[in-house]
Design a binder for this molecule. Structure first.
Ligand SMILES: Nc1ncnc2c1ncn2[C@@H]1O[C@H](COP(=O)(O)OP(=O)(O)OP(=O)(O)O)[C@@H](O)[C@H]1O
Ligand SMILES: [Mg+2]
Length: 357
């Protein structure tokens, strides 16, 4: 993307000279003829650099500079003061007003181009970092909101729909038991309804658990992962072995939910793509880190050859990185796949800090 430069000078010839020097360098060039106009334009276009004349009637360059530094939108925009004043006091005044640098008039075209080039490049880099940070924060918020929403739906299913279904089932059983014996056809229909209601209830419970596993909140991450593995084995028939240290430290909600979601997605990938007969899950912790591995003995794949961009692998990776962990996937053709994710063990870093104090 091209950088935008705002040139501010009351003298038409000076403005034209600067614009001519910077012309054809790939910049979007805008010009203003006085201080108030400069502030207004800068607010509108948020330039990547402002070249600002000092000596202007009315509002001089120092005042414009000062004003821009007070404005949250313009605070970070680099300002290069154009000055005939080469004395120390004016330079100090300019720096105090918030200018980043000076160029002395008359300009050396080559020098002006070089300095403008350097500043705009640095500013682009800074903006890019800011945007990246912003995207990261947004992604974190999206994940948080998604988990909150899952929790809400899961409670709603469990507490509201679940209770209603239970009440229906009891009523149906009551009616079934009070139907006269000569109406065996009705009795049979009601019995079918009782069974269907109970099956629907079981499905809803599973759905609620998948959305927000209650074990995670009540017993912590290791028991929740263990229960998920045995439940998964039972449901899919894939032998899934779970192994864990006794001493898994308490982890933040974000990390425990991330560990759980990674397990869900990787086991689902194994049943869908791996053609494996076994899976091994281990959750371990040492002084430095907490580590989850999910391994299968399936056909393996080449991650770099995956053309279909599923949400699974990419989503897991982003989620782990956002929660402060690392993600590693190794897969060998014919030998299976092993996924390892690691999070720093906060408890040990806290202990070290406490010892040091
Ligand atoms: N354990 C595995 N064994 C073999 N292939 C795998 C394994 N895990 C992932 N893959 C391959 O990687 C691809 C991408 O996986 P990913 O989870 O990103 O997407 P998906 O499972 O196809 O779809 P989605 O998860 O979005 O429903 C899969 O289509 C599959 O080819
Ligand atoms: Mg997947």
């Amino acid at each position: 993307m091209n950088s935008t430069i705002l040139v501010v000078d009351d003298e038409p010839s000076a403005r034209e000279t600067i614009l001519a020097i910077l012309e054809g360098q790939g910049y979007i060039l805008e010009a203003a003829t006085n201080g108030p106009e400069a502030i207004q334009m800068a607010n509108k276009i948020t330039p990547d650099l402002i070249l600002l004349d000092v000596m202007m009637p009315g509002m001089d360059g120092f005042k414009v500079c000062h004003h821009m530094r007070e404005d949250a939108r313009l605070r970070e925009v680099p300002i290069l003061l154009l000055t005939a004043l080469d004395d120390r006091d004016s330079r100090l005044r300019g720096l105090r007003a918030g200018a980043d640098d000076f160029v002395a008039k008359p300009f050396d075209p080559q020098e002006l181009r070089t300095r403008v080039g350097t500043i705009t490049r640095l500013n682009r880099y800074r903006t890019l970092l800011e945007q990246r940070e912003h995207i990261k924060e947004m992604a974190e918020r999206v994940i948080e909101a998604q988990e909150e929403e899952r929790l809400r739906i899961s409670r709603e299913i469990h507490d509201d729909i679940g209770q209603a279904l239970t009440a229906h089932q009891i009523q149906l059983q009551f009616i079934r038991d009070n139907i006269p014996d000569d109406r065996s056809d009705l009795k049979k229909s009601l019995q079918d309804l009782v069974v269907e209601t109970s099956q629907t209830f079981a499905k809803l419970r599973l759905l609620a658990q998948d959305l927000r596993p209650p074990l995670l909140d009540t017993f912590g991450v290791a028991p929740a992962l263990k229960a998920y593995c045995s439940d998964f084995s039972r449901r899919t028939g894939l032998f899934t072995n779970f192994d864990s240290d006794e001493t898994i430290p308490e982890v933040s909600d974000t990390i425990s939910v991330t560990l759980y979601r990674v397990l869900q997605e990787s086991l689902s990938n194994i049943t869908r793509h791996a053609d494996a007969s076994q899976a091994w899950v281990s959750l371990n912790a040492d002084e430095d880190e907490i580590c989850l591995t999910v391994q299968d003995n399936g056909q393996g794949f080449h991650p770099e050859n995956v053309t279909h961009k599923g949400l699974g692998l990419q989503g897991m990776k982003e989620r782990v990185t956002l929660s402060g962990g690392t993600f590693n996937l190794r897969s060998t053709s014919g030998e299976g796949t092993i996924l390892t994710i690691r999070f720093p063990n906060k408890r040990s870093s806290l202990a070290t800090k406490a010892e040091a104090e």
